[in-house]
Design a protein around this ligand. Structure first.
Ligand code: BTN
Length: 260
């Protein structure tokens, strides 16, 4: 399928490797940082960096990601060679993979929800976060993407702006980080192949089905302001559509909170 002249085609057609391989680090600054170093040295797409603990784990919007042993910290390297808007959709691919890896192990799999843009919640509390980093290559295409994923398996930070939880607190049986890494990566590469071949449509549909607060009033904190409105939908690129008193707003970056 190809788009109109001048438009990005809606199927990324990105090469997703058939296999993935793990590089383990006992202790590292950040698996995303290590992934960038490996990329510079020519690491192949499909390389996954996994660490037991991180000293400078980072979260979205400059926040830090506290990383004691017992939880999962990993970064998946891809070289998608697609427009940046499409590369950003890999965050939703990662969320679906987390849903597959975690959901079935919960007493109530329906308690697992996705929070825009890239969080995974159980019973309204955040158990996993995703940090996408990329670099532009030729003709404004994403040369590489690092998909960093942190899952609170055994512990969750106490003082967080958004309430956090750990899998073991939600009735998920004790699991070694490497076991969760395996199911997560298998699911990720499966969904990534769907994304590369069929585009964002099926990924978007599956994500929306489990979206937290869809149809409800939410507050979105932007860089220096905030918006309140009804979470109407996710658009064809992955932007959040918010029905506000002033009309429909399309939001591409921000932090979502329940309204009130
Ligand atoms: C967020 O919700 O703010 C995103 C958190 C992402 C954390 C993971 S842990 C593995 C990878 N390495 C990092 O430094 N960050 C990501």
């Amino acid at each position: 399928m190809s788009g109109l002249a001048g438009e990005a085609p809606d199927t990324p057609g990105a090469a997703i490797p058939a296999n993935w391989s793990v590089q383990f680090r006992d202790r590292i600054d950040s698996t995303n940082e290590e992934a960038r170093r490996l990329l510079r040295e020519g690491a192949e797409a499909g390389t996954v960096v996994w660490a037991r603990t991180q000293d400078r784990g980072r979260g979205r919007r400059g926040r830090c990601w506290v990383s004691p042993p017992g939880n999962l910290y990993c970064s998946i390297l891809l070289r998608p060679d697609c427009p940046p808007v499409q590369a950003a959709q890999l965050g939703f691919v990662a969320a679906l993979a987390l849903g597959d890896a975690v959901g079935p192990g919960l007493p109530d799999p329906g308690a697992l929800r996705f929070k825009w843009p890239n969080d995974v919640l159980i019973g309204g509390r955040k158990c996993a976060g995703i940090l996408l980093e990329s670099e532009m290559g030729k003709e404004g295409r994403a040369a590489w993407v690092v998909i960093g994923i942190g899952v609170n398996i055994r512990s969750a930070p106490a003082e967080t702006e958004y309430p956090a939880t750990a899998l073991v607190n939600e009735g998920f049986a004790e699991i070694a980080p490497e076991a969760l890494l395996n199911s997560l990566c298998d699911a990720f590469f499966e969904h990534a192949r769907v994304w590369a071949g069929k585009g964002f449509g099926p990924i978007r549909a599956a994500w929306v089905e489990r979206a937290e607060n869809r149809g409800k009033e939410i507050r979105v904190r932007l860089n220096d302001s905030s918006l309140t409105g009804r979470f109407a939908d996710l658009d064809a690129d992955g932007a959040l559509l918010l029905e506000t008193a002033e009309g429909l707003r399309r939001v591409t970056a921000g932090d979502v909170f329940p309204s009130g």
